[in-house]
Design a protein around this ligand. Sequence first.
Ligand code: 5GP
Ligand code: MN
Ligand code: MN
Length: 328
Amino acid sequence: QRNRAVEAILSAVQGGESILLVAHVDPDGDSLGSAIALGLALRTLGSRASVSFDSDPFVVPRSLTFLPGQDLLVPPALVPATPDLVVTLDAGSLGRLGALGRVATRARRMVVIDHHASNTRFGDINVIDADAASTSVMITDVIDALGVELDHDLAVAIYTGLVTDTGSFRYAATTPAVHQLAARLLATGIRHDLITRTVWDTHRFGYLRLLGELLGRARLEPEHDLVWTWCAFPDLTRAGLTLDEIEGVIDIVRTTAEAEVAVVCKQGADEVWRVSVRSKGAVDVGAVCTELGGGGHRFAAGLTSSNPLEQTLDSLRDALVRAPRLPV
Ligand code: 5GP
Ligand code: MN
Ligand code: MN
């Protein structure tokens, strides 16, 4: 499938066809980094591929504004209505493309490149590797196969995806090959220290106070082996922050020793709850979230719910209690 994808991309480039690269809704460093890396590589080959994603408003998350190649970005309203080729990056299902899902289905051809085990294989060509540490690792493979030299800007975009999805090389998917790729990327001269600091360790002052509030109201439920907290939309606006700026809260909540599963529920301006779910390895939260209409990886997953918070949590508690325990 990798080779078929490369052939489809090359033939679109050679035919001067319109190519649209799509990241998932409210893109993270892996999704946007992968899309931009591929976009930059295609530009080297002479294609004018554009990159888009659905998010309201259409802005690059604060922590990713350092990414190169932002001139490739086109808002959903301005993308070609029927592109010749669409490539989706880091999206496990068509729904994860948001409004761009419709454009993707109208494309003459759709290539899906992703590392979610829950991927629904919604493309014409599906390159899925659930063992890949990030989609950006898979994109490096594609870029190598396209014969494009891995330069500094490509390395910044790829490294951003890698450092995002491995939690700075801490998660189990961090293999020797991951470190070898990191070495190759560092050799291009990227400021990996600045990338990591911007992606993980930079917040506006309002975050400190909001974080205090969210942690202060966290609930431990031993009967469900669960720790959770929530951030309603008014909490967010009072702090003067946006949703992308509180992504790191789950990384603190999940350090709770007494709970296997950690949950953070974040409400957007649309009143919809974005639920982040993490486990320490004994529960496949990817399967749990897929059952509830979401998706993700085995130990890092999520779902979206328009129901009231308590109802969403109740279905989650119920699914968690039924979930089989895995050996750790
Ligand atoms: P996060 O909690 O960081 O937003 O997401 C963790 C993982 O769960 C990511 O791999 C992401 O793709 C997946 N995920 C989060 N929310 C959703 C959702 O609403 N639907 C699906 N299918 N996957 C989600
Ligand atoms: Mn992602
Ligand atoms: Mn990813």
